[in-house]
Write a protein that binds this ligand. Structure first.
Ligand code: PEP
Ligand code: MN
Length: 456
């Protein structure tokens, strides 16, 4: 969104040099590419392609997140653990967007707060792994690191890191984002379509609860229309993209200098977060993300100390700018009530206003005896409740949730009102990485969060 009448500011050479300082630092979770020249060529190609998001949009998001950090809005961030190239179909993308729009309606209506909508979408292709290799029987191969690095099939060819995937990642992100923009700007997300977002999903109790809210919204809109009101806000929604900022051979070439200000922006997504496994203070990721203007998230697990938190703030948000820094806490249902309160107490004396978001997924993983990686819906709910309780006790604001979800009726997480049990997991388990809430579990969670949020 560059205004051609504005003077173009050239980037300071120190800014450019600083952008590559991460290369001198320890780095984790990067693939070993078999052919460094091919990676260089792929990165150079990506650097020559258009940005996927614009600096002006990123700035608006920072303002929206600032409102959430200050208690006047709420962030809903959701999508796959790992998007796949094959999964980037119109139907899949539409159903995920529909699910997020439905959750947002439930939250807006239930809590009377503006909801900032954000997908873990259009770039969530790179995964950190607990081990560099995977062994099946007597065969050991490189671990699957996400479609932007290698293939999921357990063969040596597929598991070899392939730089051509960096470029395919860019194009898949571009076509996903294009469809998301069309859905959210082109009439589909018009609040008068609130019923149609429920169509095509299997009938279940959460749909019925949703229909009730949708009916009430309908009446409110009809009333406003009859009274002559015509809000543009009803016709389209702002929808932001996000992913874990992990794979530096993709993130660095997607970094561009904003011609208005001479400042670097990562143009692969509006919002990027640093994962629990790569947030070392002296590591490459924290240094690189400290130098771009995007709002940045950091995942905080149960072992985070107040001291770690303060140093992350000093490095990533030295100017204490609301909206700049989001802490995504992922403590686990059994730990959140002990691990979160000390951080919330400590923040009060730090002169910072991070946005606090709950990720009730990543601290609650388990593997069933029959070998499925899953999570219990009850644990997810319990962590969300613990998050709200901790903020209530500390007098801080619980500003968002971060969920792994899909619009499909998958059977990946245990429980929910459909009572998915261990034997049922096999029926429709599709995630290549972590288990996601299905459509109904996502809606159920939205109702619960709306209820918790009314107290704030
Ligand atoms: C993720 O968000 O998929 C993830 C790997 O999370 P975390 O960094 O919290 O483990
Ligand atoms: Mn995950």
């Amino acid at each position: 969104m560059v205004d051609p009448s504005e003077p173009v500011v050239l980037a300071d050479p120190d800014v450019i040099a600083g952008l590559d300082y991460w290369r001198t630092l320890p780095i984790k979770q990067q693939p070993s590419w078999p052919n460094p020249d091919a990676v260089g060529a792929a990165s150079a190609k990506i650097a020559s392609l258009p940005p996927l998001v614009f600096a002006g949009e990123v700035d608006v998001l920072r303002e929206r997140l600032a409102r959430a950090a200050q208690g006047d809005a709420f962030l809903l961030q959701g999508g796959d653990c790992a998007e796949t190239f094959a999964g980037a179909t119109a139907q899949n993308i539409r159903d995920r967007v529909k699910t997020i729009l439905q959750m947002a309606v439930v939250l807006t209506y239930g809590a009377s707060k503006p909801i900032v909508k954000m997908g873990r979408m259009a770039g969530q292709f790179a995964k950190p792994r607990s081990s560099d290799t995977e062994t099946r029987g007597d065969v050991t191969l490189p671990a699957y690191r996400g479609d932007i690095v290698n293939g999921f099939d357990f063969t040596p060819e597929s598991r070899e890191a392939d730089p051509a995937r960096l470029i395919e990642g860019y194009h898949t992100a571009a076509s996903t984002l294009n469809l998301v923009r069309a859905f959210t700007q082109g009439g589909f997300a018009d609040l008068r379509q609130v019923h149609s977002w429920n169509k095509g999903f299997a009938q279940n109790p959460a749909n019925h609860a949703y229909e009730k809210v949708a009916g009430e919204i309908d009446r409110a809109i009809k009333f406003m229309e009859a009274a002559g009101a015509d809000f543009d806000e009803l016709k389209r929604v702002e929808f932001y993209s996000s992913h874990e900022g992990l794979l530096m051979d993709y993130e660095r070439p997607m970094t561009r200098i904003d011609s208005r200000t001479g400042t670097p922006y990562n143009t692969s997504a509006h919002f990027l977060w640093i994962g629990e496994r790569t947030r070392e203070l002296d590591g490459a990721h924290v240094d690189y993300f400290s130098r771009v203007r995007n709002p940045i998230g950091v995942k905080l697990g149960p072992s985070t100390s107040a001291d770690d938190m303060e140093r992350l703030i000093d490095k990533l948000d030295p100017n204490r700018e609301p909206g700049r820094l989001t802490f995504i806490t992922r403590m686990g249902a059994g730990k959140v009530r002990d691990a979160l309160p000390p951080l919330l107490e400590a923040i009060k004396s730090m002169d910072a206003t991070p946005l606090w978001v709950s990720d009730p997924m990543h601290g609650n993983g388990l593997t069933t005896p029959n070998g499925y990686k899953t999570r219990r819906f009850d644990d997810v709910v319990d962590e969300v409740k613990g998050f709200f309780a901790a903020h209530s006790a500390a007098g801080t604001y619980p500003g968002g949730i971060h969920i792994e979800l899909t619009g499909d009726d998958v059977t990946e997480c245990l429980g929910g009102s459909e009572q998915i049990d261990e034997a049922t997991l096999a029926t429709r388990y599709e995630s290549l990485c972590d288990p996601r809430l299905n459509h109904m579990q996502s809606l159920e969670l939205a109702f619960l969060v709306a209820e918790e949020l009314t107290a704030f």
